[in-house]
Design a protein around this ligand. Structure first.
Ligand code: ACO
Length: 323
């Protein structure tokens, strides 16, 4: 019997229309357009309207991904949403999205929380469902309204983040698609990047509902770890750096992306970069970047793509795939 792979058959993305530029931020905190561009590469980020929730952003991205896969909503038989900013404590954002997509086939739907690595984690779970024949057409979404957990008085973090959603449909295929996924976490670094408050934490107060980050330490760990995960992924397949056609990295900071590309000896032209106009959209950043590269025609069928991400936890991971 032919081996079953999971293959990306459709991508989608959505960014709220409201934009917040570095110049807008100059009016909110003591910062400058030039400082933000020099340290991060970011120029703009998108911010959800007050009446838009994470599942609303996910809905637009999902509809586009399902359409691009040539499917109907009810063909989806698994929904996984990676998010750190769920609409509600429960039901999961995936269940709310299922309702908004009017999917009425009782397919499983659940959320995955691994902050900026969430999409790679969710993709890995969906890949396992498909390979074990528990699903045929999985909808995998990364969606965030990060602006809701940003402290707009803290210039060290508020300039970095944005809202958005990206989605893929992963379908069972006899042709190679996802070649491998690699997931890691080390909770001993929790304090370097966190939102302390939480429903299950009685000690948390209103001062701890926002992102707190020791940026410099996160930066060093991110560069180091992303280089290592790329090596781990290539080693598994006896592949050389030159065998990668495209790097689709988590979009946290242009300097982190450039450092990773340099380690991989990748021509900057072979890296999909969206951070300048989107900021860090956490779990949405990798699928949004992938969608950008696919929809503008740069990434072509049959090419080899390395996805990688690093985020709070710390969590990190990669996926090597053929489109
Ligand atoms: N505007 C102007 N000055 C600022 C700003 C700002 N927005 N933010 C900080 N500064 C100041 C600091 O106060 C500091 O001033 P001082 O020297 O007088 O103390 C100076 O700039 C340098 O600060 P650093 O923190 O050392 O700046 P750095 O070069 O490290 O850049 C940054 C900060 C951009 C946050 C960087 O560390 C970074 O990108 N870190 C990684 C973030 C990341 O990758 N996160 C990934 C995961 S996110 C997730 O999982 C949700």
């Amino acid at each position: 019997m032919a081996k079953i792979y999971s293959k990306i058959t459709g991508t989608g993305g959505y960014l709220p229309t409201k934009k917040l530029s570095n110049y807008d931020l100059e009016k909110i905190v003591e910062t400058s357009h030039q400082w933000i561009v020099d340290r991060t590469g970011i120029r703009n980020r998108h911010i959800a309207e007050d009446n838009q929730s994470t599942s609303d952003l996910g809905l637009y991205a999902s509809e586009e991904a399902i359409k691009n896969a040539g499917l109907k909503n009810n063909d989806i038989d698994l929904i996984i949403v990676a998010t750190t900013t769920p609409d509600q404590v429960f039901p999961s954002t995936a269940c709310l999205l299922q309702q908004k997509l009017k999917i009425n086939n009782n397919c499983p739907a659940f959320d995955v929380q691994a902050v900026c690595s969430g999409f790679v984690y969710a993709l890995s779970v969906a890949d396992s469902f498909i390979k074990t024949k528990s699903a045929k057409n999985a909808l995998v979404v990364g969606a965030e309204t990060l602006s809701r957990i940003v402290n707009w008085h803290d210039r060290t973090t508020c300039v970095l983040f944005g809202d958005g959603a990206g989605a893929v449909v992963l379908s069972a295929s006899e042709k190679p698609g996802i070649l491998s996924t690699h997931l890691h976490a080390n909770g001993s670094y929790a304090e370097l990047l966190q939102v302390q408050g939480g429903i299950g934490n009685k000690d948390s107060d209103n001062n701890h509902q926002f992102i707190e980050m020791k940026g410099n330490e996160v930066f060093k760990m991110a560069v180091n770890t992303l280089g290592k995960i790329a090596d781990e992924t290539l080693k598994k397949h006896n592949m050389q750096k030159e065998d990668i056609d495209w790097l689709v990295p988590h979009q946290a900071n242009l300097r982190i992306i450039n450092a990773t590309a340099k380690k991989l000896r990748l021509d900057p032209e072979k890296v999909i970069i969206t951070v300048q106009e989107q900021g860090n959209t956490s779990s949405a950043s990798v699928p949004l970047a992938l969608h950008t590269g696919v929809s503008d025609g740069r990434i072509k069928e049959g090419e080899t793509i390395l996805l990688e991400a690093f985020g709070g936890g710390f969590t990190w991971g990669s996926a090597l795939l053929k489109l």
